[in-house]
Design a protein around this ligand. Structure first.
Ligand SMILES: [Zn+2]
Length: 105
């Protein structure tokens, strides 16, 4: 199951058909749905961006290949530690999430 699929299942209980306003969710992008279903992750990303702006943490090159064009990877189990990130380029970030999905943390 992907993160998106996980997020999509978050809001569909037996009541989901009874409340027309809930259908607004259908118009949300997968990313927006994910954001809604993962408030802690969203907060962690915001906290990290804030820390970067304030110079509390420095962006580092990809931990795997050294690509300076990296992005912060959060361990899904550790979103309550927003600064505990691994810096990965887009490729290795994708691979890491693929590994986490397959391996099952
Ligand atoms: Zn890399």
């Amino acid at each position: 199951m992907t993160y998106y699929e996980k997020a999509a299942t978050g809001d569909c209980g037996p009541d989901s058909g009874k409340h027309p306003w809930k259908n607004a969710d259908l118009k949300l992008s997968p990313q927006a749905k994910w954001n809604k279903a993962n408030p802690l992750a969203l907060w962690a990303h915001a906290a990290l961006r804030s820390a970067l702006r304030k110079g509390l943490i420095e962006k580092e090159p990809c931990a795997v290949c050294g690509d300076p064009n990296s992005e912060a990877h959060h361990d899904p189990e550790a979103y309550d530690q927003p600064l505990a990130v691994t810096w990965l380029c887009r490729l290795h970030h994708k691979r890491e999430h693929g590994r986490l999905r397959k391996g099952g943390a």
